[in-house]
Design a protein around this ligand. Structure first.
Ligand code: NAD
Length: 497
């Protein structure tokens, strides 16, 4: 059995722990490897390595740091097919979708290549008599990223790309479900010229995470995963004096106004609800048609499309979606469908019994469509994270805006309409962090910024874009003067009156 260990100080190591976690091939259901679950001392080794590398890396001028990232981008592009295959084999998403996962990460690497410009401070000449004021953005030190299973290339790159560009040294604790891609990315970063210890990967679970939270040498943590764990990490990390941003779960709504082009709506919705088997934090698991006629047209057009979804092995380039990540997760999704039916929702298409011929042990599910979901039902209030679309019928625009606004999660939301004024009002009013107008998955481009609201995000800075640079640096402001004569004593607070 293949063992997936850690990458510490530029070397692969299995560390000292004998605890292991099975890594499956979701298409076949087989266990294909075991991830090592780090002990406290393994994580401390990674922290020590990052600590040793920090002064040299922080002192490397920003253009040279950027050159390492330029080279890294080139190496990842060359390795794209290998990375996409590794990713699909452990996650279950289709190979084209895995390429997208890698590319979305690379977009942030491209952004981070601009670090000489992005990290420049500000300068005011003559802020007072003979006084100049300037600021600098300095790296924090050793920092960590704890990442989820669903984007094992994109999210680590979103974090370490910007953090390392800013001069920090980084420890990634990826998901134990699909650790091969993060390990490969660390190898490529070394090949690109990053010194040993600049990017480390430790595989592990709560023990590894708690070590990162508690160790005073770790100055900041970025987390992406489910909301309860996000809240735990935010509370623990900040209690230990760290800077923390922690992104959580989601339940994104698509509002469909009566004037929307229904072909366009259905084409967009089918991809954003069922792509990657619904295992995306920016998926669209809730559709909100406004008015009974809109709802009837939507259901009539969606039903055959959901029944016709092409579900196949992750290696099949023609599949719409592959299997779910584990059997346990698939079983939880099935249970949520049962719960939705108990709660009174109409099961328009039931994907629970789907099996794929030739892959009977794979973690597959068919697409499921539920109608007449309502606020207050647990299957609507909670994240399901599977190929399940729930329709909540709204009577009017106000009711439609209130649904995502009042939901506990506030990651993304979309509105489909031909009415510019309604869309504009919706964008201004809705209590959600990222909004799409006739765009179903409004993940902002790398030079803007990503982050939800409410229980989708704990902390106050977003990922990537200028916000990312702010998160991974601390600002220092210098006030200087070079007097030629002797200064008098001043007992009154200096002002610029
Ligand atoms: P998860 O919360 O189970 O795991 C995320 C990370 O936390 C992993 O590295 C895992 O090892 C670690 N972890 C798990 N249990 C822990 C514990 N008890 N103590 C400490 N660490 C622990 O999430 P997941 O299943 O890997 O990913 C799916 C979730 O991530 C979904 O809720 C999805 O919405 C969310 N997500 C959110 C965003 C976003 O930007 N808001 C993006 C992607 C995924």
């Amino acid at each position: 059995m293949k063992t997936l260990g850690h990458f510490i100080n530029g070397q692969h190591t299995n560390g000292t722990s004998d605890r292991r976690h099975d890594v499956f091939n979701p298409t076949t259901g087989e266990t294909q490897a075991q991830a090592v679950l780090a002990s406290r001392s393994d994580v401390e080794d990674a922290i020590a390595s990052a600590q040793k590398a920090f002064p040299g890396w922080a002192a490397t001028n920003p253009q040279r740091r950027a050159r390492v990232l330029f080279k890294f981008k080139e190496l990842v592009e060359k390795d794209m097919e290998n990375l996409a295959r590794l990713l699909s084999a452990e996650h279950g998403k289709t190979i084209p979708d895995s390429r997208g996962d890698v590319q979305r990460g690379l977009d942030v690497i491209e952004f981070a290549c601009g670090i000489p410009h992005l990290q420049k401070g500000e300068y005011t000449e003559g802020a007072g008599p003979g006084i100049d004021v300037y600021s600098m953005r300095q790296p924090l030190g050793v920092v960590a990223g704890i990442t989820p299973f669903n984007f094992p290339a994109m999210i680590p790159m979103w974090m370490f790309g910007v953090a390392i560009a800013c001069g920090n040294t980084f420890i990634n604790k990826p998901s134990e479900k699909d650790p091969s891609v993060p390990l490969r990315l660390a190898e490529l970063m070394m090949e690109a010229g990053a010194p040993e210890g600049v990017l480390n990967v430790v595989n592990g679970d709560k023990e590894a995470v708690d070590t990162l939270i508690e160790d005073a040498r770790v100055k900041a943590i970025s987390f992406v995963g489910s909301s309860d764990i996000a809240q735990y990490i935010y509370a623990g990390g900040t209690a230990h004096g760290k800077r923390v941003q922690a992104f959580g779960g989601a339940k994104n709504h698509m509002i469909i106004l009566p004037d929307a082009d229904m072909d366009n709506v259905v084409n967009n919705l089918i991809g954003s609800a069922y792509g990657s088997a619904g295992e995306r934090c920016m998926a669209t698991p809730v559709a909100v048609p406004v008015g009974e006629d809109t709802a009837e047209r939507l259901i009539d057009m969606l039903k055959p499309r959901v029944e016709g979804l092409k579900i196949g092995p992750s290696t099949d380039e023609g599949s719409d979606l592959g299997p779910l990540v584990t059997a346990a997760h698939r079983d939880r999704v099935r249970q949520w469908i049962g719960k939705a039916v108990e709660e009174g929702q109409d099961l328009v298409v039931d994907g629970r019994e789907f099996t794929l011929q030739g892959y009977e042990n794979g973690f597959f599910m068919g697409g499921t469509l539920l109608d007449h979901a309502k606020p207050g039902q647990s299957s609507y209030e909670e994240e399901i994270f599977g190929p399940v679309l729930q329709v909540v019928r709204a009577r009017n625009f106000e009711e439609a805006v209130a649904l995502p606004s009042d939901h506990q999660y506030g990651n993304g939301v979309a509105i489909f309409t031909r009415n510019g004024a309604a869309a504009r009002e919706f964008a201004a009013q809705v209590n959600v962090g990222m909004v799409g107008i006739n765009v179903p998955i409004p993940v902002p481009v790398s030079y803007h910024t990503f982050g939800g609201w409410k229980r989708s995000s704990f902390g106050d800075t977003n990922q990537h874009g200028p916000e990312g640079v702010r998160f991974w640096t601390k600002i220092k402001t210098i006030t200087q003067r070079w007097p030629e004569d002797v200064q008098g004593s001043e007992f009154v607070i200096p002002t610029m009156k």
